[in-house]
Design a protein. Sequence first.
Lengths: 323, 274
Amino acid sequence: MANVAVCVLGSLGYDRAAQGAAGAGRALAESVGGELHALVIGPAGDDAVAALATVADRVVVGANEALRDYQPEQALQAAEQLHAAGGGDYVAVLLSNDTYSQEIAPRLAHRLGGSSMADAAAIRMDGDHLLAQRTAYGGKAISIYRLKKQPAVVWLRARGFEPAPGQQSAGEVTSVDLALDAPRIRITGREVAVQEGVRLEDAQIIVSGGRGLGGPEPFQELKKLADSIGAEQGASRAACDAGWVPPNWQVGQTGKKVAPELYIAIAISGASQHLLGMGDSKVVAAINTDADAPIFKHCSFGIVEDYKAVVPLLTEKLQAIAR
Amino acid sequence: MRVLVCLKQILDPDVPARDFQIDPEARAAKRGGANLVTNIFCENAVETALQFREAAGGDVKITALCYGESSAEDCLRKAMAMTVDEACLVERDGNTNPDAAAVGRVLAAAIRRLEQDGGPFDAVLVGRESGDWGVGQTGGVLAEELGRPALGFVESLQPGNGSVTLRRQTDVGIEVAEAEPPFLVTITNNEDNVPRIPKTRDVMMSYRKPLQKLGLADLELDSEEVRAGSSIFEVEEIFIPADEVECELAEGDTLDERVDQLAKRIHEVVASIG
């Protein structure tokens, strides 16, 4: 018997990313004729556990109070023990793309004697091996990796996968008491960035600014544009590195991977690393002075013009249409 | 205290997409005219270590370690020019594209060897991912090989009372953590750990600093076993995606007409979302 596990952090609940990871897990489990199990690290809401039970054949919850606030060492121990409690016969253990899952994945794979991989956009089994497709060289290439050891522990570009379909009968839910050591690295404080509106990853419309803006002030102008169409604000790495906007605005290879219906790139040239973060956008629009900028090869429509001239006028027109 | 920073030498990631080519035999990028550079997150790690030493009042010795080709000596010299104290290069012995398991095993063996000679490293710093393959697994694998606790996406280390205070970036904001040495962190970038430009005098001095070279045999590792035996993944296929699209540029005689067109297109999409 070969099953597939999806590892969910209780504190994050059954969000869109977890739904995508479960969807990928169900497809993989069907391909190997096995079950899909959900391994839940830490206390989770009843609704999240119930939702997981509708899509998984089995839900194993490690609800120790110590796991309520994420601690990497303990979450890792929990994942290892939940893996065993679920039966341990997994060809793959799948995780979402939140920070915590990303840091757990390679260490969990090592502890389980398996293979790890990051940021997979597509997965399938090939015999005993999992093949994982992802980008390489900052988005300039696509690579397919063969994961040679089981289980394949993979964090996914989770929102890119269809949510798992509901099953006819609810999966069995079991609770496990975990043995956790006191961690030698302990997270003692969280400064949750003040985020107006929704998370960038879940945003429907994003207005992003880049190096070409030249400083922090123009982002105020972009905010007016964003407000006129109900958009969230993002930025390129150059703008974040320069300190013009907070690091959690960064869209790109090492920032957020976003998938809005509309992405408006302003004064962003479109380096491959940035394109990698916004590549799943449905429609991309660009405003840039340079007609040869790579962004114009990756957008549906745009304007070759200085943002200074375009943005205030555009905001005015969009406000007028809205009225 | 002792701090170790791991470095990786990579093809310059800023090579424009039009000059980027794949070598199908090697299943990797062609070198072409690209320079070899230190991976940026590794340089952020060097800078973070230097700032930690400054904050601790100087009583911190920093070692840079690389598992790479002989050309990677340049990365280590540059780190020493940035005022890292000493360096060690473990030569790759023909394993041109080692996976994270191989790199983790070799780095762990080298770290144990350096600790035998000079005492334990309180902190090991690794870049969060590389600008070439970008798989980002080395830090985690190395933490497990060493059996040390770890934290990812760290942007600064501050000396505390018997512990080290870490700040790191997450999806939702900043987290602060207390770490008891020895531990490992992966380093990300922020506006404060932009790598410093070495001073001319420090560049000269870097050639007088110790650079130890080791082979796998010195670490009692078998190169074939490292290459194949413990490998966890390999590149099956690599290709350049053909995803360029035709962009419809706003047209019109005046700026107002062009922006009007743009506004209408944006409104269409926004209205369709509802």
